[in-house]
Write a protein that binds this ligand. Sequence first.
Ligand code: 6R9
Length: 706
Amino acid sequence: MRDPRLLARLVPRKWNVDACLKHSNAAAVEKNKKNSTPACVDVYVPASHAFNPAVLPGFVGLAEQHGLKSYKDFHRFSLENSDQFWGALGSAYLDWQKDFTTVQESNFKTGDIKWFLGGKLNVSYNCLDRHVARTPDKTALIWEKDEPGKEERITYSQLLGMTCRLANVLKQANVKHGDRVVIYLPNCPLAVAGMMACARIGAIHSLVFAGFSADALRDRIQNCEAKVVITVDEMTRGGKVIGLKKIVDAAVKDCPSVQAVFLEQRSKNEGKATKLDVRLHDALSGVDAICKPEVMDSEDPLFLLYTSGSTGKPKGLIHTQAGYLLYAAVTQQVAFNYSPAEDVFGCVADVGWITGHSYIVYGPLANGGTTVLFESTPLYPNPSRYWEMVERLKINQLYLSPTAVRSLLKRGDEHLRDHDLSSLKTLGVVGEPINHEAWEWLYDKVGNRKCPIVDTYWQTETGGVIIAPLPADAGDPIYPSMAMRPFFGIDPIIENSEALVDHGADLAGAIYIKQAWPGITRGVYGDQQRFVETYFSQSPGHYCTGDGAIETPEGYFRVTGRTDEVINISGHRLGTAEIEDALDLHDGLSESAVISFPHSVKGEGLVAFVVMKDSHAKDDRKKIVKELKDVIKMKIASYAVPEEILICQSLPKTRSGKIMRRILKQIATSKTDDFGDTSTLADPYVLEAIIATWSETHTHAENTKT
Ligand code: 6R9
């Protein structure tokens, strides 16, 4: 019998065991059981991706002064001499109108965090003007519209012109320093110009994902009391026309703070105008293309971004000027091995999420790079879209979600064929744990075993990547499905590590961060108490991420999911991701979500909702369920086998691709009367189908009464 402790270890042995089991290599399994050295993993950081202090002027100075050479030297220095480290980077990297006098005053007990005190600068100047001075005709944005092959390129000087005009239009509408502007737009140049225009005049922008309902938009506008909204009459996504103006009209009816709705007209239909409407085309042509950048304090708010918490209404997290910009720029450059002079950065997230803010807009523009604004879907007009786009635009870094990877993997390798992906240097994923099969597929089929996969762990709250395989030194390992190494200035610790027994030498528990870094959020808009309670009360003096993680003896991290997804079965702690990883060993599985329900005997029981690949959709269900149970039994232990495995057509997901486990939990406990806030659900019809499948098949009614 296999030692469950060995199999439960996630890295490096667990990976080896997984990989070997998957390839039915019995000899390798035996070898791995005895030997902890990686045998199946052969991913190491190539010299071309090794951390090179010459990438940023700030690093060069530090390297010379303190004899720092490697990632490890810099990381140690960044923790022990945080002020010196970030002070050097801040001075060398950003253009200041007045130098800062104090690097930071951060207190993780009270939640008071300030960086670069006394400094004055303008973010739009740092993202645009300073590049226009050197390379005015360099492409800043490549707008990849819904229809492939219709891309538009916008240079730095054009983007500065658009920004200044829009800033002047906002000024005319009496938008002032500190006023809030809501931007409800898809990925398009106007969205970027809107963000930059706000930064230019000192207004605070709040992007609302252009897929949110009128109610969700209204709640956000009301919470921040926005003065104006910037939108477009309609957008096209995946060939479907979506009317945004109608949604905005419905939302602003109940928002007395809104004094104007700036409207870009894309369609020929005039639509119904309201008295708040201001046509942007006319307004922009009537103003000057020059607008002097406002002098901003380092700690003035730059933007608010709303995100869901485990309780209550979405909270508006505040990010400020200098610290956020520096962190976004430095992480974009070194975690993705991005070379601003020559690379095209392809982050296919939406600008409405933090990933879009930091890695479509602020990071790449602060670095003077070229960034892609992808306004379509990975499946439109067919599942080759990303690959065709990579080839056409010669994208060097592709940054996508594990959900997209799984969905493309499910559709087969033939969509990759005939596309030249040789421009790719680095592949990045974010948003959720990536399972081994998806990781391997991305590495093998997309990256041709040449591109490191950077599994980047971070949150809206952190402003940028905090754990990722890069930066690293040449020859350092990258383990599949692991975020791996803390970024400069990040000092993660695992707390409540009761799992030493279950996880061998690894530590498992909740992940906290010990000290502040410049990109961390400064608060929850209008509710500082909620900020302190949510992030700083669990372990005083430490920032609580709310995620679980495993740390290997080498100091590598694997993020396993929210701590509220940790399940305790008969006294054994299990992460949902652990069981999902096991299910993933079945060749026919596309994706899965495991949730728990109260169980009268075991404390918690498990239900797995699974989606099979098209190639296995017609297989006998009983046979599949048995195979899936066997694989978990083999992979972890009998206690981890779910009571119920439900084969579904699809899973309920948020628009950013996260599985809504809360809803699956309600279905599994028959609490389907009120699903609470479902405004982030991408496709509400998925629920009906799952409930119907559940009612047809479920067999554990007695356990759900509690
Ligand atoms: C950037 C972003 C944050 C939550 C975070 C965690 C999950 C993000 C991850 C990951 C495992 C990774 N998450 N990256 N889990 N591995 N590489 O997604 O921000 O929308 O605020 O979500 O996403 O649970 O706490 P946000």
